[in-house]
Design a protein around this ligand. Structure first.
Ligand code: CP3
Length: 347
């Protein structure tokens, strides 16, 4: 079986592989000069995400330098609302800007029937990357992904990031019917989208719930755990055993309930999570992924090495995938990523 030769798939399947496999959130991106060159060639970010040839190339770039065990599809969590027809642009230095959806009328303008057609280039990127890996990096597994419904809804309602998504969180209390409709639409379209990525060649799937930590415990159960569980059940009808990773960022102790109740096999730890606490409290049949501070990677040197070693020490003996606690940031010196890879490979 192919799984047997891919360390990431073995770890996500529940094996305590050591040294652990690794990949890094945002491993393709602006810290790499070769990314910046291709990005300039593509023009804007959405054009890059919908150009299969360039997006596949960008996905493979970090692997050529560092030999990660996982390749993550180059795309964005907001390509799903974009595919439904919500206006989206990425403004230089400002992040994503969307036409906010704050009422039933704006909601009714979304066009989920268009998703299949609009995501076709992204699925072609998946197929191209998978073929590229077979050629260039046969032990590296391809990870497909989507945003979780709550996090995607945050951007859809707010229209931008950078704050605490007050409009979105308020809508969840003030108009749970409309917010619930949006979440259900996202659950259904995310199942379709992730199943399509798996059909196109993704070997594991990850759900990014970057803003789950903004929710009260009751709201966390309702808008993060329950929709994630619905997505897991939907995917399992088509792919009963594909590895699934859930990342409820800043969930704190609710990470345990998330691990117990969503059905994902592996949970991501954010930077603020103590890996020793997670090792002691997350059920031992659930894998862990994380959680080096991206700023330690910018700093480099002894601080990077010490921090990476303490994550490794906490995770020894568990099914574990080394990663960051959040994405690589643009000021990261590429040689620090190489230094980190050497530390991880020693184990
Ligand atoms: O290498 C990879 O990790 C794969 C590609 C990937 C991107 N975004 C590329 C990207 C993935 C998995 C994402 C996920 C994503 N996108 C999340 C969840 C993870 C997290 O960071 O919390 C979120 C919240 C988004 C939404 C988003 N996209 C924001 C807030 C921004 C602007 C901030 C920023 O870092 O620029 C983006 C843009 C974006 N997505 C870039 C990249 C490489 C930068 C675009 C550029 O080249 O200018």
């Amino acid at each position: 079986m192919e799984n047997a030769s891919k360390p990431l798939l073995r770890a996500l399947g529940g094996e305590a592989v050591w040294p652990p496999p690794f990949w890094l959130m945002r491993q393709a991106g602006r810290y790499l000069p070769e990314y910046r060159a291709l990005r300039a060639q593509a023009g804007d970010f959405i054009s890059l995400c919908t150009n299969p040839e360039l997006a596949a190339e960008v996905t493979l770039q970090p692997l050529r330098r560092y030999g990660m065990d996982g390749a993550i599809l180059f795309s964005d969590i907001l390509m799903l609302p974009w595919a439904m027809g919500q206006g989206l642009r990425y403004a230089e230095g400002e992040g994503p800007l969307l036409e906010p959806i704050r009422d039933a009328e704006a909601f009714s303008r979304l066009n989920p029937e268009k998703v299949r057609e609009n995501i076709a280039p992204i699925l072609e990127t998946v197929a191209r990357v998978r073929a590229g890996l077979a050629q260039e990096a046969p032990k590296t597994a391809l990870i497909g992904f989507a945003g979780s419904p709550f996090t995607v809804a945050c951007y859809m309602v707010e229209g931008k990031g950078g704050g605490d998504f007050a409009h979105a969180r308020r809508m969840a209390y003030a108009d749970p019917q409309l917010f619930g409709k949006l979440i259900r639409l996202l659950v259904d379209s995310t199942v379709d989208y992730l199943v399509a990525q798996a059909e196109a060649g993704a070997e594991a799937l990850m759900l990014f719930d970057s803003w789950a930590g903004l929710l009260s415990p009751a709201q966390f159960r309702r808008w993060s755990i329950e929709p994630t569980n619905a997505i897991v059940r939907g995917i399992r009808k088509h792919f009963p055993t594909i590895p699934l990773i859930g990342f409820p960022r800043l969930a704190g102790p609710l990470l345990v309930e998330y691990a117990q109740r969503t059905g994902v096999g592996t949970v991501g730890m954010d930077t603020a999570m103590d890996p020793r606490w997670a090792a002691a409290n997350v059920p031992s049949n659930i894998g862990l992924q994380g959680n080096l501070d991206p700023q330690a990677l910018v700093a480099g040197g002894m601080a990077l090495e010490a921090e990476a070693r303490s994550v490794l020490a906490a995770m020894r003996g568990r099914p574990f995938v080394f990663n960051l606690g959040h994405g690589i940031v643009p000021p990261t010196p590429p040689e620090h990523v190489a230094a980190l890879a050497r530390v991880i490979r020693i184990g």
